[in-house]
Design a protein around this ligand. Structure first.
Ligand code: DX5
Ligand code: ZN
Length: 220
């Protein structure tokens, strides 16, 4: 199954309730939490996410680009977020953290920056429900998709197949009609799209178009 999760980072942040309602065909909604330490940008946090829960029935896909992941990630799980992603570069105890997120009822997900290899973490894949491979350096929307991550997507897909588990493989950064086919062919099945969706004349139509392109890329 191929899923599209629009990043609201690229929406009108002064009108978030309206903006989430513009993409009803989405599979999830992607929230980029930044702390100005792990990345050089500052966005939103738990109070904003909790307020938005009253405005959407879509599952919330939380991407924590913060240093204190071990302290904060469980709080998003406790708040009922569907999926909680922490960065492996930020977590001091990723296995304990993944178990804690699952214990609290959310899907546990781990993100890797473009230059972080997957192989040292292969043994902990079974602790995860999703792996997020960044296809830009985290921190900002609107950057160019890094093709150098494609081989890592392929290698990660193979490692996931080796586990025999249904672990989703998400890509985030620069995903658009020009790049989603390559990412899908390499093995990604969950696609974050910010600028591509919210920069489109019809964001919801773009969600469906991107999903169709991902499905089509995997048919041959
Ligand atoms: C970047 C964020 C992304 C970003 C994607 O650090 O994690 O989710 O908003 O935006 P686009 O799709 O414009 O690259
Ligand atoms: Zn993100």
């Amino acid at each position: 199954m191929h899923q599209i999760t629009p990043s609201i980072l690229n929406a009108d942040l002064a009108n978030l309730a309206v903006e989430v309602a513009r993409v009803p065909s989405s599979d999830m909604l992607h929230f980029d939490v930044m702390d100005n330490h792990f990345v050089p940008n500052l966005t939103l946090g738990l109070p904003v996410v909790q307020s938005l829960q009253a405005h959407t029935d879509l599952p919330l896909d939380i991407h924590l680009m913060i240093e204190d992941a071990d302290i904060w990630a469980p709080q998003y799980a406790d708040a009922g977020c569907f999926s909680v992603t922490f960065h492996v570069e930020a977590s001091k105890a990723p296995i304990r953290l993944a178990r804690e997120i699952r214990r609290l009822g959310s899907r546990a997900s781990m993100a890797l920056k473009p230059a972080t290899p997957i192989e040292p973490h292969a043994d902990m894949l079974e602790e995860l429900d999703m792996v997020l491979l960044m296809t830009v350096e985290p921190g900002f929307g609107g950057q160019k998709f890094l093709d150098l991550v494609l081989p890592k997507i392929e290698r990660t897909r193979k490692l996931i197949e080796g586990t025999g588990k249904q672990i989703w493989l998400q890509v985030d950064g620069g995903v658009s009609v020009d790049t989603i086919g390559r990412a899908a062919e390499a093995g990604a099945d969950v696609f974050v799209a910010g600028t591509a969706v919210y920069g489109a004349d019809n964001p919801d139509a773009m969600v469906n178009r991107l999903r169709e392109m991902a499905v089509a890329a995997c048919k041959h």
